[in-house]
Design a binder for this molecule. Structure first.
Ligand code: ARG
Length: 702
């Protein structure tokens, strides 16, 4: 027996499962046996007493979980950080534990009221004494970690727990003599696993499988080479024996019903201080402000989710709820992250959804010069579709040409600062590019509930949309097309060949003729099949009237291409009187500019097809400039391209028979996009019908 090792335990006089504060307690209320729990506890007590000194704290009637003394506090040397429980069900224990620590001459540190931390249940010393592993995610708050570091003068490594069965660090993580670590990796997030792997060499890491983990194999009491635990598989026993541990199993089933085992039932109160280690925390905190229809638009939830999923934690410092439906809310959120890297990631996402760093913290954006044409500095800020401003020389400058996945290039000419979104290949030596996320703000014009209800027609989620709903959406789109046309606005259409195959050609042609389309963006195929239909009555060799394959029809599209090539261009074929109808014909006749972007699979191509993709992207961007609405008709490829070039605020209507495509394209996180899962030919036919129902002097007969 070693006199120098002491443990604190608490007899199970009042132990029972009286409430549910972890998943193990579910279904176990009052299901534990008094007799057996006393017997199991005594066995454990005996085993420990044979190897160390056991101190006892007096059990208290109203506090059944007080047996789990691991949660009394965290001891190092003569200092203790008293626990402050997350659940009120255990908060009453605090006073009794405090009294005990004081009676033993400990210096007791207490956490602020709103900062939960559950003692040695969530903080474990590396047995080599180098640092403190501290858990967060369920019971203890990340913000408590800097205080642990300060009060105990030790380096803290924060680990995020993500599986609620392993709600305390000591349920899945057990540092052992000699620098070994027994743990269950899936209980931690990816980043925490990396931290563990960096902190403990692989030959010292002993991972347990789920079957052992749920038997609380990691909840072991380790005294020198001995491990006392509830239950362990033969395999794990063997592995532990191989590295010199002597395993003692003792039944603790009654305590497992409350979500605890051997280690939880004890608190090691002799933890020597190792001389050359000192406080160091990686935890960082920053405060951001958010404004808008935070609740209606779900923005606040999204922000808090980003923080937690990104591995941080938050505290809402202020939330001023907009009282009227129209009024906006303001929230101030303190974000904490286990280290700088994680903080940057989280801030990136928050800034992208419009979070603002309070003025006192605002800095100028970090700019780095472009060193090579077409290459941005590392760590350049990647743009979104949302209006963005950057702070240069103390002033906020609006970014021009907003688009997604670009870099922000800054040019200064005679004191005049310009910021512009550029795709990577366009950045030039002489420009500076914004890096990092400081000095950047984006605005999301979030809409109020009112507005969204009338404007959002996204019903892809249900899988199949009812016909009546499709009709409603089409009506809405028709109405907007009319508005845009009548005020001289701009609608761009990006369409795939399916429009032609599904019989939509005449309807799209009709839209163009009636002045509803100001730009057409497609590929070689839509033009080829449209012209094939105009010249030969087939689309990809299928007779469009009868819907049957025509003999030799598979060559039709090649003949079509050949014909147009003979005339030199689509426009010239129209001029020669060869091409007399269809989508491309109407474009030429009505001076609607089009761009056909080529691809590797193109036959021909048509003389009009732009095979230089960089040029094609430029043409697309040009046609999209100033668009009020983009209709995306059954082309995932071109629609994604278009989506990336289009800033927020432009209404996008995406029609596809495949719900996945619709989801992908209309899920831009902006309310202006509408997804319609339906046959595009049907959609267009319905659209024309609706448009014709609006009487207006503008309507020419088709
Ligand atoms: N029922 C207790 C709770 O949920 C069990 C505590 C187990 N203790 C531990 N250190 N893991 O708080």
């Amino acid at each position: 027996m070693t006199d120098s090792i002491r443990f604190l335990m608490c007899a199970p006089d009042y132990y029972d499962v009286d409430y549910v504060i972890n998943p193990w307690m579910e279904g176990n209320i009052h299901k534990s046996s008094r007799e057996r729990s006393v017997e199991q506890w005594q066995k454990l007590h005996q085993l420990i007493k044979e190897r160390a000194v056991v101190d006892l704290v007096t059990p208290q009637r109203s506090w059944p979980d007080m047996v789990f003394t691991a949660n009394a506090g965290l001891v190092l040397g003569k200092t203790v950080v008293l626990s402050h429980f997350f659940h009120k069900e255990r908060q009453g224990e605090e006073a009794y534990f405090k009294e005990w620590f004081l009676s033993q001459g400990f210096i007791v540190h207490e956490l602020p009221q709103d900062l939960p931390f559950e003692g040695a249940g969530d903080a474990l010393l590396d047995r080599e004494g180098r640092y403190l592993w501290a858990g967060y995610g369920f019971r203890s708050e990340l913000d408590s970690h800097p205080l642990l570091a300060k009060w105990l003068d030790i380096e803290v490594r924060s680990l995020r727990l993500i599986d609620d069965r392993f709600y305390h660090l000591d349920t899945c993580f057990c540092p052992l003599t000699g620098g070994y670590l027994l743990y269950y990796p899936p209980a931690f997030d990816h980043y925490s696993n990396r931290l563990i792997e960096m902190g403990v060499p692989s030959e010292k890491r002993i991972t347990v499988a789920e079957a052992d983990a749920v038997n609380f194999a990691c909840n072991a009491v380790n005294i020198d080479q001995t491990m006392i635990m509830s239950k362990v598989s033969e395999n794990l026993k063997l592995r532990l024996a191989q590295v010199g541990f002597n395993i003692i199993e003792t039944p603790l089933a009654e305590f497992l019903k409350a979500g605890g085992a051997a280690k939880c039932l004890t608190l090691r109160v002799t933890e020597p201080i190792i001389a050359d280690r000192h406080a160091k925390v990686q935890v960082e905190s920053r405060t951001v402000r958010m404004e808008g229809h935070l609740l209606d638009s779900g923005l606040i939830n999204q922000a808090l989710d980003f923080i937690v999923e990104g591995g941080g934690s938050f505290q809402v410092l202020n939330f001023a709820l907009g009282e009227q439906r129209q009024s906006t809310s303001v929230a101030e959120v303190k974000v904490s992250a286990p280290d700088h890297e994680v903080m940057e990631e989280i801030m990136n996402q928050l800034i992208d959804i419009g979070a603002i760093v309070p003025t006192e913290d605002v800095q100028d954006a970090k700019l780095l010069p472009v060193e090579k044409n077409g290459v941005a500095p590392n760590d350049f800020y990647v743009t979104t579709i949302y209006p963005t401003e950057v702070r240069v020389n103390g002033k906020w400058v609006q970014v021009e040409n907003q688009r997604m996945d670009g870099a922000i290039a800054i040019t200064e000419t005679g004191g005049n600062i310009e910021a512009r979104c550029k795709i990577l290949r366009d950045v030039k030596v002489g420009e500076k590019v914004v890096v990092d996320v400081v000095g950047i703000r984006t605005s999301r014009k979030t809409q109020s509930r009112e507005k969204r209800n009338t404007e959002e027609f996204s019903f892809m989620s249900a899988g199949v949309s009812s016909e009546r709903r499709v009709e409603l959406v089409v009506e809405q789109v028709a109405w907007e097309l009319r508005q845009i046309r009548d005020r001289g606005g701009k609608v761009a259409v990006t369409a795939g060949p399916v429009v032609i195959h599904t019989g939509g050609s005449q309807h799209l042609a009709n839209l163009i003729r009636q002045g509803y389309v100001q730009g057409l963006l497609g590929g070689n195929a839509i033009a080829v099949h449209d012209i094939e239909q105009a010249l030969m009555g087939t689309s990809l060799g299928l007779d469009m009237k009868q819907g049957v394959a025509v003999h030799g029809g598979h060559r039709h599209h090649l003949k079509t291409i050949n014909t147009i090539r003979r005339y030199g261009s689509i426009a010239q074929a129209v001029e020669a009187g060869i091409l007399t109808k269809g989508v491309m014909y109407e474009c030429v006749k009505n001076n609607v500019p089009f761009s056909l972007a080529g691809s590797i699979r193109d036959d021909g191509p048509l003389p009009d097809t732009q095979m230089d993709l960089i040029k094609a992207q430029e043409e697309y961007a040009e046609l999209l400039k100033g668009a009020d609405m983009v209709l995306m008709l059954s082309t995932m490829l071109h629609s994604i391209g278009v989506g990336n070039m289009t800033p927020a605020g432009v209404k996008m209507v995406c029609v596809d028979i495949n719900p996945a495509v619709v989801t992908k394209l209309s899920d831009r996180g902006s309310v202006e996009s509408i997804g319609v899962v339906t046959d595009v030919g049907l959609f267009l036919s319905l659209l024309i019908t609706k448009l014709e129902q609006f009487t207006s002097p503008y309507i020419k007969s088709a």
